[in-house]
Design a protein around this ligand. Structure first.
Ligand SMILES: Cc1ncc(C[n+]2csc(CCOP(=O)(O)OP(=O)(O)O)c2C)c(N)n1
Ligand SMILES: [Mg+2]
Length: 305
């Protein structure tokens, strides 16, 4: 497939992936809580989904024909909020209310307050069931039929509920359902292969009746290509899973492949250094933590692990 047949220009996607990483770290630092590792590993996937692949309209977040996104690994909320804010669903400054009591940006994605959030999460393993139900319901819509994208974690794939949903989606021939596994090889407390091996992952999904594509989850062009294929090239009748090989903590050196940064907020000075290094790595003007020296004076909700 020729590159120029695929949506958004690479420089736009790169800028968005960079901004998603930055804003995720800004909100985690300011609220003093959050999940950097799983937010950073999903940044490129989210950039491609929100800026190239999904049909959404920030001015009409409830538009019936929109594509849906279910963040089953709901602790990656900072990256999802960053993508939504950058896409225009709400003002970017609202990210600094992340985890604030009474605010719209809960620690884990939560449906009801914030435009663009389609489902609530927290307990891992439930999102694919929600997405399967949505995809089933949306089959009666006019063409082009809305699609449902569901982001799963690799540790999350330990949950039996994921596989019940996988079985149902294949049974109902849900070709408007696309799961993306953020396969960053790290769970909350260590590597997947040490704690609960999930290989052979692609074979498991195939055995459950899904089409499978494997992709470098940090290659924006590779992700575009994979999503493009699923729209135009694939035969109908089967759900599809994209196994995206990623690096937990991608973009922040000391967080990469490091489970200690699964749930951890840097202190403001460390965040400042991290964000400067991130800007340099992206070849951007050096830009540190924007709230350095500003204390978070509001009451903050620290929501679970
Ligand atoms: C049912 C359930 N068990 C445990 C947790 C606590 N928990 C939150 S994130 C996480 C690790 C998830 O690992 P993975 O799916 O690989 O996420 P990622 O690496 O993308 O952050 C755990 C155990 C939870 N939220 N839900
Ligand atoms: Mg993981």
């Amino acid at each position: 497939m020729m590159r120029d047949q695929v949506g958004a220009p690479p420089e736009v996607l790169e800028e968005m992936a960079y901004r998603i990483r930055r804003l995720s770290m800004e909100m985690i630092t300011y609220s003093r809580w959050g999940h950097p590792g799983g937010s950073l590993s999903a940044a490129d996937i989210l950039a491609v989904l929100y800026f190239d692949v999904m049909t959404v309209d920030p001015a009409r977040p409830d538009w019936e024909q929109r594509d849906r996104f279910v963040c089953s690994k709901a602790h990656a909320a900072p990256a999802v909020y960053a993508a939504l804010a950058l896409r225009g669903f709400f003002p970017i400054d609202e990210i600094y209310t992340y985890c604030e009591l009474g605010g719209r940006l809960e620690g884990h994605v939560h449906r009801g307050g914030l435009p663009g959030i389609e489902s609530s999460g927290g307990p891992l393993g439930i999102g694919l069931s929600v997405a399967t139900g949505m995809a089933l319901g949306l089959r009666s819509k006019e063409l082009p039929r809305p699609r449902v994208f569901c982001l799963l974690g690799d540790g999350e794939s330990n949950e039996g509920n994921v596989w019940e949903a996988a079985m149902s989606a294949a049974h109902y021939h849900l070709d408007n359902l696309i799961a993306v596994v953020d396969y960053n090889k790290v769970m909350a407390k260590g590597f997947t292969w040490d704690l609960m091996g999930i290989e052979p992952l692609a074979d498991k999904w195939r055995a459950f009746g899904w089409d499978v594509l494997e992709v470098d989850g940090h290659s924006l062009a590779g992700l575009q290509e994979a999503f493009h294929q699923l729209r135009w090239v694939r035969p109908r009748g089967r759900p599809l899973v994209l196994i995206a090989h990623t690096v937990k903590g991608k973009g922040i050196d000391r967080a990469e492949f490091n489970y200690k940064w699964h749930t951890h907020a840097p202190d403001p000075e460390t965040a400042d250094q991290m964000l400067r290094a991130l800007a340099r790595a992206y070849g951007r003007p050096e830009e540190g933590y924007s709230r350095l020296g500003l204390e978070h004076s509001k009451e903050t909700f620290y929501g679970g692990e």
